[in-house]
Design a protein around this ligand. Structure first.
Ligand SMILES: Cc1ncc(COP(=O)(O)O)c(C=O)c1O
Length: 372
């Protein structure tokens, strides 16, 4: 059996969790949380990192801090996880879907301007599979129109773009440490604040709308309700787990790329025969997902079933949001590339301990050779 994903354990998770148990300090903001935040700030070159319970929470906190509200529109791809759009809708704002590019599945930079209206507040690109889009163009566009850039960087830890960590682009960015991600803590996330104007309020918002942070630092003699907020802190046990992962980041990311490259190399002949298309090796990507697109939906589904019969967990991604029951409540133009790619895309197994890439590629090849 080759599962689609198997979360890696580096070994020190237990050791650090034991330290927390001994310390009897479990709530957020403890020593491991601080170490994780410091690691993220220095490695991802962001002004401030806030550890939160999930990537979803990071997106929700980001939209709240950005001041997204009723009457506003936020531009995002329809080819993304529900959390990207929910974060917008939970603020009472409207998601405006832009089409994607077939080479990366990322928002098509050329399509963004078409959906900008006087109500547009922000652009939320999603770095699918940890691959960068031309985010510097999106930043320039946003500047011209007076918009915020708020990337969903859930899959982008360890990615680079033009020599800079990808997460350092945009006003803020949302990161996920869900167990399917390259580095994980079961459920977890981080809000990365690149524009320090948002940092002071972030501390209040994540502490249920109180100035408890200032109180702990002795800057006020009592804390109270000063702003909107919610429970956005990662607990210390989870942070301890996460720190063990961050310490091993280089090795984990390098190995993941090696596996990704092996898939890329092994599937080249099938691409040359026109049987499939491989994910584009975008400069600086982090090997988060190895995807292929088949020539039509039927072939994709039949291959997925065949792999399943052989004990190989391959899976689709995503049902486009604009066509999903909740998504149809919002206006959307035609998104032909999204609709075409979403039904042809297949993700192949990819995780640290995967030793059978060749078994997967042979199974793909033996199936596709039988397809006319
Ligand atoms: C693009 C994208 N956005 C948001 C999320 C949500 O992250 P989480 O599962 O940590 O809440 C995920 C991951 O699951 C994701 O891949």
């Amino acid at each position: 059996m080759i599962p689609f994903n198997k979360p890696r354990l580096t070994g020190n998770e237990r050791v650090y969790i034991d330290e927390v148990l001994k310390s009897e300090r479990f709530a957020g903001g403890g020593p491991f949380s601080e170490k994780c935040a410091a690691w993220l700030e220095s490695r991802l070159e962001c002004a401030k990192a806030f550890l939160v319970p999930s990537g979803t929470a990071a997106l929700e906190m980001m939209m709240l801090l950005a001041g997204v509200g009723p009457g506003d529109e936020v531009i995002l791809p329809s080819f993304t996880f529900t959390s990207t759009a929910n974060a917008v809708v939970l603020r009472g704002a409207t998601p405006m879907f832009a089409d994607i590019r077939p080479d990366t599945m990322n928002i098509d930079e050329e399509q963004i301007e078409k959906v900008i209206t006087p109500q547009t507040k922000a652009i939320c690109p999603v770095y699918y599979a940890g691959a960068a889009c031309r985010v510097e163009l999106i930043e320039a566009l946003a500047k011209r129109w007076g918009l915020l850039v708020l990337p969903d960087a859930a899959q982008a830890l360890g990615s680079f773009h033009k020599g800079r960590p990808l997460c350092s682009y945009g006003h803020m960015a949302a990161l996920s440490f869900h167990e399917t991600k390259n580095l994980h803590c079961g459920e977890g996330g981080a809000l990365l604040v690149n524009n320090s104007a948002f940092a002071e309020r972030a501390e209040i918002v994540m502490e249920k709308g109180t100035d408890r942070g200032k109180f702990f630092r002795g800057q006020v003699d009592k804390y109270s309700w000063v702003d909107l907020g919610s429970s956005f802190l990662m607990n210390e046990i989870t942070a301890a787990f996460l720190y063990a992962q961050l310490e091993e980041a280089d090795q984990t990311l390098q190995h993941r790329l090696e596996l990704w490259n092996l898939y890329y190399q092994e599937l080249e002949p099938l691409e040359k025969l026109g049987k499939l298309r491989r994910a584009t090796p975008v400069d600086g990507h982090n090997g988060h997902i190895f995807w292929i697109t088949l020539n039509d939906e039927g072939t994709r589904n039949a291959l997925m079933d065949e792999l399943k019969r052989k004990g190989i967990g391959a899976t689709f991604h995503y049902v486009p949001l604009h066509n999903a029951p909740m998504g149809t409540r919002f206006p959307s133009g035609e998104l032909p590339v999204t609709e075409d790619c979403a039904v042809r895309l297949l993700r192949l197994p990819l995780y640290h301990e995967l030793s059978e890439v060749l078994r997967v590629t042979e199974a793909v090849e033996s199936f596709l050779q039988r397809v006319p």
